[in-house]
Write a protein that binds this ligand. Sequence first.
Ligand SMILES: CC(C)(COP(=O)(O)OP(=O)(O)OC[C@H]1O[C@@H](n2cnc3c(N)ncnc32)[C@H](O)[C@@H]1OP(=O)(O)O)[C@@H](O)C(=O)NCCC(=O)NCCS
Length: 162
Amino acid sequence: MVAADIDFITALDRQLFGIDSWPRTMFVDELAQPETRRYIIAELPSGVEHQDREGQGKTVAGYAGLMCVPPIGDIQTIGVLPEFEGRGIARAMLDDLIAEAIRRGAQNIMLEVSSTNPRAQRLYQRYGFEHIHTRRKYYRDGSDGLIMRLQPPVSTTSKDPS
Ligand SMILES: CC(C)(COP(=O)(O)OP(=O)(O)OC[C@H]1O[C@@H](n2cnc3c(N)ncnc32)[C@H](O)[C@@H]1OP(=O)(O)O)[C@@H](O)C(=O)NCCC(=O)NCCS
């Protein structure tokens, strides 16, 4: 994701998250910190029928963001356009961000998901994320926030200095 994407992504975020969507400034701030952030967009191959992002000739299907300050990685957001759900796009983006978090030294990867979003919870559970804490009434719609944690396996490629 780059600065030119922000208007489009802010509108998409509003569509997907409503009252809990991020203000534009949040995306601006996040993109301004590449040393601890990675934000990505999933694009469809050209030729797929869908409205193109104005002027850029790209077809956006979803977006996701990571904050990583080792040893903690945080999946900050993830969203897929309703018409492109169920094709593995969220999984592709999670694969990317989890790999990046590990590459940056994360030993715990955290995320927060609404108690009223079983679909997203299932997706995370399949990756091995475990529900470790509940923040009561965390979301503005009154739903609880479930904090989930993934502890990726320690890399076996690093050499034992002894
Ligand atoms: C939650 C969300 C990100 C999932 O995105 P997605 O791209 O549909 O997710 P995936 O396709 O990777 O996987 C989800 C489902 O599709 C299925 N799937 C994955 N690859 C598939 C493929 N190639 N073909 C068909 N189905 C597939 C998965 O088995 C899974 O099924 P299930 O959840 O119905 O059991 C999306 O629904 C979304 O943006 N929702 C609104 C915003 C939101 O809730 N974000 C999460 C906040 S924490």
